[in-house]
Design a protein around this ligand. Structure first.
Ligand SMILES: Nc1nc2c(ncn2[C@@H]2O[C@H](COP(=O)(O)OP(=O)(O)OP(=O)(O)O)[C@@H](O)[C@H]2O)c(=O)[nH]1
Ligand SMILES: [Mg+2]
Length: 309
């Protein structure tokens, strides 16, 4: 004897409370599987309304209005691109990575945070475009709370502002980030630099004298390189390459400074750290090429390290 349809409807409602997106759709599917298979009458109506729920949940999850949005962390660091709408955030993401993303000369082309990996000096860094923030974002205007929430876990922020636009737009965005209690290493990318007038950087500097500014045009590869370097500096990480049997590896290790030879060895293998007797070092931390150092020697960005057993 199936449960009365009103009871089922109430139960369904209860089971969907607080569930959104994929989770909600999964629960609706479970409910559909449990629903008696009548072709007509109240159960058939219930089936129809549950199917409509799936459609609604899909539409809602493609708009931003939830309290949290998760971006899965990848790479050695996570850096957010934050700014007003239509400043060229997606275009930068596209220029620095393999991602294909919609860009367009209108506001709110991007509605959800979009992650993309970029390689900087051989190390993978995750960039995340945060959809355009507007005044009142910290009070959840435009779904701002969820977007700002993504910033809590990032390592650094690149504020994007158009060189040919009123710099106070950037001030508003920064103000919302501050109002949300978020304080991260940051820099400013003055975007669409090819369209900016010569005073643009000065105007931006006046409203954010504390942040480094890099002028970026997606049409200028050199400016993109400068942006990469700026992003790397914001991560605060150092790059160390390993050497063994006279061969230096191409792909560097990314480490949080201060890092010792022991930390390098441990990043390779725990056993190596336990059994090492020190290292030979080439590069900025070495007094001369191949200097023999102990396990507590501090390595620096750009070092080549050969762990000795
Ligand atoms: N001339 C020039 N145009 C650019 C540059 N970067 C982006 N654009 C143009 O600016 C417009 C907006 O670019 P998007 O990358 O979509 O901007 P967005 O900040 O991601 O926009 P939303 O996601 O809508 O907030 C597009 O028409 C781009 O072609 C640039 O360096 N130079
Ligand atoms: Mg965009």
């Amino acid at each position: 004897m199936p449960m009365p349809h009103r009871t089922f409807a109430a139960l369904a409602k209860r089971r969907l409370v607080g569930k959104e997106g994929r989770e909600r759709i999964r629960e609706v599917r479970n409910l559909l599987a449990e629903l008696p298979d009548y072709k007509n009458g109240p159960y058939a109506d219930l089936r129809k309304s549950l199917l409509a729920e799936i459609e609604d949940a899909r539409v809602r999850s493609s708009a931003v209005h939830r309290d949290s949005i998760a971006v899965r962390r990848e790479g050695a660091a996570q850096v957010a691109l934050v700014g007003p709408p239509n400043v060229g955030k997606s275009s930068i993401l596209q220029a620095l990575s393999e991602i294909q993303i919609k860009t367009g000369d209108y506001a709110f082309t991007t509605l959800r945070p979009v992650p993309a990996l970029t390689r900087i000096g051989g190390v993978l860094v995750q960039l995340v475009e945060i959809p355009g923030l507007i005044e009142g974002a910290a009070d959840d205007r435009g779904g701002g709370r969820a977007l700002l929430g993504v910033l809590r876990s990032v390592d650094a922020i690149v504020f994007c502002a158009r060189g040919d636009e009123d710099p106070s737009l950037l001030g508003i965005v920064r103000g919302e980030v501050v109002a949300a209690g978020i304080d991260k290493p940051a820099a400013i990318a003055m975007t669409r630099a090819d369209e900016a007038d010569p005073d643009a950087a000065t105007r931006l500097r006046a409203i954010a004298p504390d942040l480094p500014i890099v002028a970026v045009s997606v049409l200028d590869e050199r400016s993109l390189d400068e942006l990469r370097e700026t992003i790397w500096a914001l991560t605060g990480l150092i790059r160390v390459r390993l050497r063994s049997n006279g061969v230096t590896e191409d792909e560097p290790l990314a480490l949080h400074p201060p890092a010792t030879v022991d930390v390098v060895a441990d990043a390779v293998h725990h056993d190596l750290a336990a059994s090492s007797s020190g290292a030979r070092v080439w590069g900025p931390s070495a007094k001369f090429d191949g200097q023999r150092v102990g396990r507590d020697h501090e390595v620096l960005d750009g070092d080549v390290v050969e762990i000795l057993r």
